[in-house]
Design a protein around this ligand. Structure first.
Ligand SMILES: Cc1cc2nc3c(=O)[nH]c(=O)nc-3n(C[C@H](O)[C@H](O)[C@H](O)COP(=O)(O)OP(=O)(O)OC[C@H]3O[C@@H](n4cnc5c(N)ncnc54)[C@H](O)[C@@H]3O)c2cc1C
Length: 394
């Protein structure tokens, strides 16, 4: 009889196709490189060439169904793409939003017409869609959002405000979370609508941020925006389920983004620790430098493994299991990213804060991975309550 262990190792490695995909994305991103990417961001320019190149090669739509122009893979494949880009120092925040949250949601819950209308463009990068849930007053408490949609004949009329919405200046449309009134109970329930960014009554203004990134964040004012009936995604009565199903890809992608950025920070630190010599030896010879970097390597690998598990559960259709795993992956990745960025700066000494070396900027970027799209505190709340059965604190 063959020992069970003989069959086990494959479970802990990704399929060959995904390893190939990673290598291809690494090669493409390497042709652009961190210097190019950071120069664009600092000049307030976009990295559209990279986005379009990624789209042309089919990397932006690897998770979307083949019949609508995608690659027919899963969120695990898209997460691998996102991670490899970030690991080359070219993180594309809109990957978390456009093909992941918006693409997955439309592919799963959209009508045939909506899929035909939106998915091919999202897959090849010619269409970009933003995602808007956060509101100034509700903040983290997404159950308290007050953007509302009411029916008026054949149309929907939407009113409300959103904040920190990424990439609206690059997007064709935005997937908005609003609430409609339940005819029977009068209670408000969340629903998803696609709003073209040039719809009359839809206004947005940029927020000045401290992050050096080509993507910008915006405050949004939605004032009597009228939409056709088919702007609603999926079923009005199943909005909450659809919303939560869309949040798993978001968390998995945010985790991949963070582990990629963490890998980039660690690579930079390791390279510098090998090359910079004081006291007659490379600084990496000192355990005070080497051990924190070794810890980061371990933390990043653990976060990657958890991200792959969450993606595997989601791709297998286990939304519930994926929910816990995606939260854990996002938490682990955010923590690993913040520590790796901090250690990269420390390893560089004074050069850690020079523009020439460009690692100081990773501090703010890495902090975002602890805050968005769901904060570490809200993940700890989720795990305390749902995984451990502790009383809810709020
Ligand atoms: C760079 C960036 C890009 C973003 N892009 C988008 C986007 O494209 N679309 C979008 O919809 N949103 C986006 N966001 C918004 C982001 O998801 C929110 O900032 C995040 O969810 C936190 O919400 P808040 O900023 O309102 O914080 P608050 O809700 O004001 O929370 C502030 C702090 O209090 C903590 N806190 C709040 N309640 C509790 C509690 N019950 N227990 C413990 N701690 C608590 C939070 O964890 C946080 O640390 C983006 C944010 C950033 C920074």
């Amino acid at each position: 009889m063959t020992a069970v262990a003989d069959h086990q190792p494959a479970i802990f490695t990704e399929p060959e196709e995904r390893a190939d995909l990673r290598a291809q994305v690494r090669a493409l991103a390497g042709r652009y490189g961190r210097e190019w990417f950071a120069a664009k961001a600092r000049a307030g320019e976009k990295t559209t060439e990279l986005w379009q190149d990624m789209g042309r090669h089919g990397y932006l739509g690897v998770n979307l169904p083949e019949e609508y122009g995608g690659g027919g893979g899963g969120i695990g494949d898209l997460a691998a793409v996102c991670e490899e880009l970030a690991a080359q120092g070219c993180p594309l925040l809109l990957m978390v939003v456009s093909p992941a949250i918006c693409g997955s949601t439309i592919a799963r819950f959209g009508t045939e017409e909506q899929k035909k209308r939106w998915l091919p463009g999202l897959a090849n990068g010619t269409t970009t869609m933003a995602f808007a849930i956060t509101e100034p007053d509700a903040g983290t408490n997404s159950h308290a959002i007050s953007t509302t949609a009411r029916r008026d004949g054949d149309e929907w009329v939407i009113n409300g405000r959103k904040i920190y919405i990424s990439g609206l200046d690059e997007a064709d449309a935005v997937l908005i979370v609003a609430r409609t009134e339940d005819a029977r109970s009068g209670k408000l329930k969340p629903c998803l609508f696609i709003v073209p960014v040039d719809a009359p009554g839809f206004e947005f203004t940029p927020i000045e941020m401290e992050i050096v990134s080509p993507e910008r964040q915006f405050t949004v004012f939605i004032d009597d925006v009228r939409l056709p009936a088919d702007a609603l995604i999926g079923d009005e009565d199943a909005g909450l389920i659809q919303l939560f199903a869309g949040l798993n890809p978001e968390r998995i992608m945010a985790a991949a983004f963070a582990t990629g950025l963490a890998r980039y920070a660690l690579d930079r630190a390791v390279a510098y620790a090998k090359e910079r010599a004081v006291f007659g030896a490379p600084i990496g010879a000192h355990q005070a430098i080497a051990h924190p970097l070794a810890e980061s390597h371990i933390e990043i690998e653990m976060a990657r493994l958890m991200t792959q598990k969450a993606a595997a559960l989601y791709d297998a259709g286990d939304d519930f299991g994926a929910g816990e795993a995606a939260n854990m992956a996002k938490y682990a990745a955010g923590e690993a990213c913040c520590k790796a960025a901090d250690r990269a700066v420390q390893t560089h000494g004074g050069n850690g804060v020079t523009s020439e070396y460009g690692v100081g900027g990773l501090l703010v970027a890495s902090r975002v991975t602890r805050i968005a799209p769901v904060s570490r505190e809200m993940i700890l709340n989720f795990i305390s309550t749902h995984s451990l059965g502790l009383p809810k604190s709020y």
